[in-house]
Design a protein around this ligand. Structure first.
Ligand code: HEC
Length: 152
């Protein structure tokens, strides 16, 4: 019995040491991605922070739209989508437009128009299937831009 306990403890200690080794040494090897051929857009720190916080808000709006769909609540959809609709374009700093490639700007504008379209059609005549179709068009725009660009 005593022998078994000693062997058990040795095995446990051995496993712990191996795990510690992996955590401390092997765990620091950086992950390399097979290929990343996205175009780089360079923004100063303030614009980068602004763009990324806008992006996070897009995700929140999409979440609210989905919740509105699940709860059959067009009002939730309208309020959320309008937050990133056409009016939000007025807040875009001119510097950001200057520094962004044309194709990137076009996709940016398209996204705001698609948010606006979701709000408008939910207000005019709410049809969940239409909202869902519009949401798919919107997220397709997100995906295409994410495949094409990254920020430095
Ligand atoms: C005009 C191009 C463009 C469009 C359109 C776009 N994004 Fe992005 N998004 C980017 C870029 C560029 C980054 C930074 C990626 C990087 O540097 O690796 C980013 C980053 C993000 C991030 C990470 C934010 C952070 O804090 O790091 C989220 C979330 C995101 N986008 C959500 C969305 C969603 C949702 C949509 C669609 C409604 C969308 N984006 C549309 C270009 C775009």
């Amino acid at each position: 019995m005593k022998k078994l306990l000693i062997i058990g403890n040795i095995l446990f200690l051995g496993t712990t040491l191996i795990l510690l080794y992996i955590l401390i040494f092997a765990g620091t090897v950086p992950v390399t991605k097979a290929r990343d051929n996205r175009n780089v857009v360079a923004y100063p720190d303030d614009l980068k922070a602004l763009v990324l916080s806008e992006m996070r808000d897009y995700l929140e709006v999409i979440h609210d739209i989905n919740t509105g769909l699940a709860e059959n609540d067009p009002n939730k959809i309208i309020v959320a989508a309008e937050r990133q609709g056409n009016a939000s374009l007025l807040d875009t700093p001119k510097r950001l437009l200057k520094l962004s490639p044309l194709a990137c700007k076009k996709m940016g504008f398209k996204g705001h128009h698609l948010f606006q379209a979701i709000a408008d059609s939910a207000r005019l005549h709410f049809n969940p299937a239409t909202t869902q179709r519009q949401l798919a068009d919107l997220t397709q725009n997100c995906v295409i831009c994410h495949r094409s660009y990254r920020i430095k």
